[in-house]
Design a binder for this molecule. Structure first.
Ligand code: 13P
Length: 287
């Protein structure tokens, strides 16, 4: 059964660990993440970007696949199905399709409009028991064609949005999506501490979980981060394993590659990446 991310994140915040959000792109990624969460007895959040949702034939297909997989694989750990960087309309479509969690990325709106739209979604999500993530201060890098500058959030704006009653808050602290450039100055713990102080018990979300050094991850968790998003690292490990399999020429003389065998090394690589992250985030055994 899918659950809202609220309880798992409140527990994580109180227990000083973080729950991983791993983005899904197809059946293999979903299966790999769910099986790893079950093996590690870890709660997990499956993230779906609007682009990935479109690729997988729409949010209804995604919700149906994930719900059926949880049943067929006998997954017993808490799983939230979450829209990642959703538009205002996208949030409503996911709520209708049966997602248990949504992110409204209103960071590109003027703060007053971000507040109004978030307020309305707090009401709708509250009625349906769905968790809601809001964002303040855009997160750098590229996500589905949208390029952010990686600014640091204003702690007062964070408080304004948190006070509306969202479940969790993504505050920009110099983090960016994708690989970090060599001259990246690191996370702004000053900003994180200031935001944390303003928002109290509210679980904070760290986007761009790929490539942040382990000591920074641990410090961020100690300062109130209880959800960490990872996508690119799964892509890199999946691609490397698939490439190695193809380059090894393991096709079936004249019949091409068996699609299930072709995707198996990538599947195992994602499992290994997810396990490593769950260990780093401290969520193993917390289901
Ligand atoms: P990475 O692709 O950098 O891991 O970031 C993922 C993310 O933040 C999704 O919202």
């Amino acid at each position: 059964m899918l659950v809202s991310a609220k309880e798992m994140l409140q527990k994580a915040k109180a227990g000083h660990y973080a729950v991983g959000q791993f983005n899904i792109n197809n059946l293999e990624w979903t299966k790999a993440i769910l099986l790893t969460a079950e093996e590690q007895r870890s709660p997990v959040i499956l993230g779906v970007s609007e682009g990935a949702g479109k690729y997988m034939c729409g949010y209804k297909t995604v919700a149906a696949m994930v719900k059926a997989m949880i049943e067929e694989l006998k997954i017993t750990v808490p799983v939230a199905l979450h829209l990642d960087h959703g538009s205002y309309d996208g949030c409503y479509r996911c709520i209708e399709a049966g997602f248990s969690s949504v992110m409204f990325d209103g960071s590109h709106y003027p703060i007053a409009e971000n507040v109004e739209k978030t307020r309305e979604l707090v009401r709708v999500c509250g009625e349906k028991g769905i968790s809601l993530e809001a964002e303040v201060g855009s997160i750098g890098g590229e996500e589905d064609g949208v390029v952010g500058m990686g600014e640091c959030a204003d702690p007062n704006e964070c408080k304004m949005i948190a006070d509306l009653g969202v479940t969790m808050l993504a505050a920009g602290i110099g983090n960016i999506h994708g690989k970090y450039p060599p001259n990246w100055p690191g996370l702004s713990f000053e900003t994180l501490a200031a935001v944390s102080e303003k928002v109290g018990d509210m679980p904070l979300v760290l986007h761009g979980g790929t490539g942040i050094p382990s000591d920074m991850i641990k410090k961020a968790i100690s300062l109130g981060v209880s959800k960490i998003n990872v996508n690119t690292e799964c892509q890199l490990s999946f691609a490397a394993a698939t490439r190695a399999y193809i380059e090894a020429g393991k096709d079936q003389q004249g019949k091409g590659f068996d699609p299930r065998k072709l995707l198996a090394p990538g599947f195992e690589a994602i499992k290994a990446t997810v396990k490593e992250k769950m260990e780093l985030f401290g969520s193993v055994g917390k289901a």
